[in-house]
Design a protein around this ligand. Structure first.
Ligand SMILES: Cc1cc2nc3c(=O)[nH]c(=O)nc-3n(C[C@H](O)[C@H](O)[C@H](O)COP(=O)(O)OP(=O)(O)OC[C@H]3O[C@@H](n4cnc5c(N)ncnc54)[C@H](O)[C@@H]3O)c2cc1C
Length: 389
């Protein structure tokens, strides 16, 4: 019990920050979360939590509540967006009945983790934006605009893409535009949509849809390639008309969903390379702060959950000098592989011409003749359970 009673500060109250706070508090640490937002949980839309992320929720004792809050995914369906026709449907309920895929509203998952954190004794400083992190002889100084600063011992940076801790551990870096933009929207469901994630594929663009909140809402993530992103912002209020225009070649279910969009947010997808160093003398990074990923495998939040568990476990088992390098060693190779797989998914979804015809034919065949084999190609992601040690 290396961390029993130890004061630990977590910078950022997103999925990764809250999960690590719960995991540490359950192990007896005295944890404080500093979060810039005045209230947690309001931001975002859908998040898919795959079995590897569900394993962490289970280990945190949140599995039953999580299952009650989320829609249970039964299948993954790939469609040709421009014809609307189905290319492949993988029946998860049939071919992977032991696996749980959950579709959450991000606010519901954040609320669940926040409630668990408070119940475990985690303290929150909401509305506390940290503008600078400086290393001191005893730990770190966290400074906010207006002169408010305090010194902390062990610091966990779970503060996302623009992490204040990451440059302290890795030097200054500027995130780069990936050439992809994403829209996110929620539309009312008709009520008869199956509990499945659908990828509508098209030339240099794709769209993912799945139901949320008891099947009352459909979450839409639409991604299109774009040469440049102006510097004015990362996250803009989007224009539903521009979204429909970008996807005007899409037909069938995708077109019907897009017709319903009234409000949409719009992102440029930016990334850093995976951080070279995930830890310092008395600090560690989790989630997007260490390794922002493109959303094409729906693994960003799942990787943050896995990081959270492994970091807490290492801190509990080993002395600090050993715990932090072990954490990075156990996580970095896997995370790099997941990110590379997400990057290639983007290319596979955005094909056109003969490449598309060949790829769709192969998918049709694989889905019809060997669905179990097709699914097993992703076992290394979904059947990986970090909570088994
Ligand atoms: C379009 C899209 C769809 C996605 N879909 C999925 C999906 O289906 N499944 C999945 O697993 N992942 C998905 N992701 C990725 C996922 O959202 C992120 O990878 C995940 O939320 C990362 O969690 P995090 O805790 O590391 O960072 P974040 O969720 O970004 O949390 C960081 C927190 O730190 C706070 N913070 C930041 N800076 C400061 C500061 N200076 N001071 C104080 N607080 C600060 C922020 O307010 C925030 O609360 C998607 C991403 C996108 C863009």
């Amino acid at each position: 019990m290396m961390i029993k009673g130890e004061d630990i500060s977590v910078l950022g109250g997103g999925i990764g920050g809250l999960a690590v706070a719960v995991a540490l508090a359950l192990r007896g640490a005295s944890v404080r979360v500093l979060e810039q937002a005045p209230v947690l949980s309001e931001i975002g839309a859908g998040l898919q939590v795959s079995p590897n992320g569900v394993a962490v929720l289970d280990a945190l004792g949140l599995g039953d509540e999580a299952r009650a809050l989320a829609v249970h995914g039964r299948a993954v369906c790939l469609r040709d967006g421009t014809s609307g026709r189905q290319v492949m449907r993988l029946d998860l309920a049939r071919w992977a009945p032991d696996q749980t895929y959950l579709y959450f509203h991000r606010a519901d998952l954040v609320s669940l983790l926040e409630k668990a954190a408070r119940a475990a004794g985690v303290m929150f400083e909401l509305g506390r934006r940290i503008d600078q992190v400086t290393e001191t002889s005893a730990g770190y100084r966290l400074s906010s605009a207006g002169g408010h600063s305090d010194n902390v011992g062990l610091l966990i940076g779970a503060d996302g893409l623009h992490s204040r801790l990451r440059p302290v551990l890795n030097g200054a870096e500027t995130p780069f535009f990936t050439g992809q933009t994403a829209w996110r929207a929620l539309v009312p469901a008709q009520g008869n949509e199956p509990a499945e994630a659908v990828v509508h594929m098209g030339k240099r663009r794709h769209m993912v849809s799945y139901p949320l909140r008891g099947g009352k809402l459909i979450n839409i993530v639409a991604v299109a390639e774009r040469q440049q992103w102006s510097a004015e912002g990362w996250n803009l209020a989007g224009d539903p008309l521009a979204l429909r225009q970008c996807f005007d070649a899409f037909r069938g279910p995708a077109q019907a969903l897009l017709a319903q969009v009234e409000e949409v947010s719009y992102w440029g997808l930016f990334r850093h390379p995976v951080a070279a160093s995930w830890y310092g003398n008395n600090a560690a990074l989790v989630g997007d702060a260490a390794h922002p990923t493109l959303p094409f495998l729906a693994q960003g939040a799942n990787m943050a959950l896995e990081d959270a568990w492994v970091l807490a476990d290492c801190l509990e088992r080993y002395e600090r000098e050993e715990a932090l390098p072990r954490y990075q060693q156990m996580r970095r190779t896997r995370v790099v592989r997941v990110i590379e797989a997400a990057n290639s998914n983007a290319q596979n979804y955005h094909l056109s011409g003969p490449k598309k015809l060949a790829a769709h034919a192969a998918l049709r065949l694989g889905g019809a003749l060997a669905p179990r084999h097709v699914l097993s190609r992703f076992d290394w992601i979904y059947r990986h359970d970090v909570t088994r040690g």
